[in-house]
Ligand binder design. Structure first.
Ligand SMILES: Nc1ncnc2c1ncn2[C@@H]1O[C@H](COP(=O)(O)OP(=O)(O)OP(=O)(O)O)[C@@H](O)[C@H]1O
Length: 259
């Protein structure tokens, strides 16, 4: 494959993905693609199917229909570990088994996905902790961190796998305005400086609208709109999904809840 072809190839391509639980279609005929080096926002009302889609992309769920291509490689049947080695990772809450580890050890465990050498895993972990402003907490147990430090430790652990595509599930939830702005700076750096492609699921809509190159909107398991933040924020289908039939569009045609 020529270099130009590789560059134009999407980082992620999802085609006709479907996942049902019992009789409920949590995702139905979901198709979209994510450009290399871009930031995509995935939004939708509660129960729209966002987490199910993330989990299916990550290999937690097996889809009933459709396929998933990561950087040109079909990963539909791949294990979670193999997806991680192929460069797909998510931020996940530090589980019980990690709470008694220190911050550096958690990141080192993740770095072993890239190297079997302890010294190298340690230098990967330390470089990331320094970059995220967590170096001074490297020797602290995860259980000793405050909520925001815990989020950054989760991000550090995900980054230690050296992802090319990182899925972020509600990273901004519960953050103060100052913390939101710090996270936006960090994610911008990871995207612009390191070339990491990002997909962000978030209920904090102004974050999605300010950061994303494209926004994908799910409702009842199906994509109802894909476009730039501007296109999505004025889409009648999106307004109806969020606000119901009786929505009003303000004089700036902006997407916001009334009141
Ligand atoms: N493991 C499961 N077993 C059965 N039903 C499930 C399972 N996971 C999700 N669902 C159902 O699938 C639908 C989509 O759920 P999902 O969590 O993907 O939505 P969401 O958009 O992430 O919602 P939220 O914004 O509230 O987190 C919901 O009706 C949910 O109850």
């Amino acid at each position: 494959m020529s270099i130009n072809m590789a560059k134009s190839q999407p980082m992620l391509e999802v085609v006709g993905l479907g996942k049902t639980f019992g009789g409920l279609a949590a995702n139905a005929d979901v198709s979209f693609s994510v450009a290399r080096g871009s930031i995509s926002g995935l939004i939708g009302p509660n129960g729209a199917g966002k987490s199910t889609l993330f989990k299916t992309i990550l290999g937690v769920h097996r889809p009933d229909t459709g396929r998933i291509m990561l950087d040109g490689q079909d990963i539909t049947q791949a294990s979670q570990q193999s997806r991680c080695r192929s460069g797909l990772c998510c931020t996940f809450q530090i589980s019980e088994s990690f709470t008694e580890m220190d911050v550096r050890e958690s990141a080192m465990v993740a770095a072993y996905c890239r190297t079997s050498r302890r010294s190298e895993a340690r230098s990967i972990a330390d470089a990331i902790l320094t970059d995220l402003g967590l170096a001074a907490r490297a020797g602290r147990r995860n259980s000793e961190l405050n909520a925001f430090e815990r989020k950054k430790a989760e991000l550090a652990t995900a980054l230690a796998t050296r992802p090319k595509l990182l899925l972020l599930d509600e990273l901004f939830a519960g953050c103060s305005l100052g913390e939101i702005s710090e996270l936006i700076d960090i994610l911008g750096r990871l995207n612009q400086r390191d070339g990491i492609t990002l997909i962000i699921v978030e209920h904090v809509l102004h974050v999605i609208m300010s950061m994303s190159d494209q926004v994908i909107v799910l409702e009842s398991g199906r994509i109802i709109e894909t476009g730039t933040p501007e296109q999505v924020s004025t889409s009648p289908a999106v307004l109806k999904a969020y606000l119901g039939e009786d929505y009003n569009v303000d004089e700036h045609q902006q997407f916001r809840r009334p009141g």
